[in-house]
Design a protein around this ligand. Structure first.
Ligand code: FES
Ligand SMILES: [Fe+2]
Length: 384
């Protein structure tokens, strides 16, 4: 890895995680770094968009924003899901907002140009009178769409290799964790607006070091996981954490009934997909949590927690786990990362030593942060 090109990361961040410092503080707040990340990371890689079950019928659509770009996905006549930049090819009005059903045609609210579900232009008022106007020359610009375990991913680069080819082990790990992924239904969500850079939030998500020592909810978390069985793997863009559940008496929520998923017995499971998505199951809970850490400015992150279950409601035990995550653990992490973001501006701080064990084998070790930042920095250096 070349280490001097991204000057904002500094030269303390070196090849060997066991001998590295963190990137320098400006890497976490400099607007130039943020703009480069939008271009080189978020506009060129796969990001989570929704679950296919949220678009059950032909013409159902959902809009969303990726790296400042408005995008929509829609279920087409053939039952497949396509995705497009949400912009009219006439004079750039947005085509759709929110979610709903387009009833066969997408109509621009400005001058009423109409588009088919496959993005081709159906009609433009008075176009017969316009010189050399050829309807067939006009098409909405597509985005890449790939569906894995029912989850819909979007890449703003329509030429990008499908996620299932580029990162094949992601789907394998997701389905090993939750073989029922395709049958999941969206149930509920919790949103945090965090005053911290997205990388600070992801780093906090990826490290277990703080679980033992920070606030009371984190000490509960270390009871949720049986630490002796806790293990992990790093394979390129996928990081996995697995551990049996802690003893039921110590759980900070109630466990009622058996988990409904047929996957592994391990209670606690996380599949993280670079750059900012995690899929997570808690011990005893029949829900899959999609945990997103979405950049929303150099020092702002949107953190939607999206809960999926096998029916339209969660059972009482699972609901109590969701409640704990939303109201006890989640807010404690928000306080932590916002404090870090303020600290990164301190004249008394430049960088810190990464706390990794020499062999980078321990689950508490911060080598996960190193791996995450190594991929970020490589993406920034490859430009775009
Ligand atoms: S901008 Fe869409 S029809 Fe004119
Ligand atoms: Fe935490």
């Amino acid at each position: 890895m070349k280490r001097h090109r991204i000057s904002k990361a500094g030269d303390g961040f070196t090849e060997d995680p066991a001998n590295s410092f963190t990137p320098d503080a400006p890497y976490y707040f400099d607007p130039d770094v943020y703009r480069a990340e939008m271009r080189s990371i978020f506009q060129r890689n796969w990001t989570y968009f929704c679950h296919a079950s949220q678009l059950p019928h032909e013409g159902d659509y959902l809009t969303g924003e990726i790296a400042g770009q408005s995008v929509y996905v829609v279920r087409g006549h053939d039952g497949g899901i396509g995705g497009f930049f949400n912009v009219c090819q006439h004079r750039a009005h947005q085509l759709l907002s929110g979610s709903g059903n387009v009833r066969n045609v997408i109509r621009c609210p400005y001058h009423s140009w109409t588009y088919e579900l496959d993005g081709s232009l159906r009609g433009a008022p008075k176009c017969e009178a316009v010189l050399n106007f050829r309807r067939e020359d006009v098409r909405l610009k597509p985005v890449g769409v790939d569906i894995i375990g029912g989850f819909v991913f979007v890449n703003l680069d329509p030429q990008a290799a499908p996620l299932s080819e580029a990162v094949p082990h992601f789907g394998e790990k997701l389905l090993a964790m939750c073989p029922e992924a395709e049958q999941l239904r969206y149930v509920t969500r919790q949103d945090f607006a965090i005053k911290a850079n997205w990388k600070v939030v992801v780093e906090n998500f990826l490290e277990n070091y703080h679980s033992f020592y920070s606030g009371p909810a984190h000490r509960q978390l270390s009871d949720v996981i049986d630490q002796d069985s806790y293990r992990w793997s790093i394979e390129g863009k996928v990081i996995e954490f697995l551990g049996r559940g802690g003893s039921a008496e110590n759980l900070p929520y109630e466990m009622k009934g058996q988990r409904q998923f047929t996957g592994r017995n391990d209670g606690f499971q996380i599949v993280f997909l670079w750059p900012n998505m995690a899929f997570l199951i808690l011990p005893g809970a029949s829900m899959l949590l999609v945990f997103l850490m979405v950049p929303n400015g150099p020092e702002a992150t949107a953190e939607p927690l999206l809960y999926f279950g096998l029916g339209d409601e969660l059972d009482a035990g699972t609901a109590s786990a969701v409640e704990w995550f939303n109201t006890i653990l989640g807010p404690e992490d928000v306080e932590i990362v916002e404090s870090v973001q303020r600290g990164l501006h301190s004249l008394g701080y430049q960088r810190g030593r990464l706390m990794a064990d020499a062999a980078c084998q321990e689950a508490w070790s911060e080598h996960f942060l190193h791996h995450f930042n190594r991929i970020n920095i490589e993406a920034l250096e490859s430009g775009g």
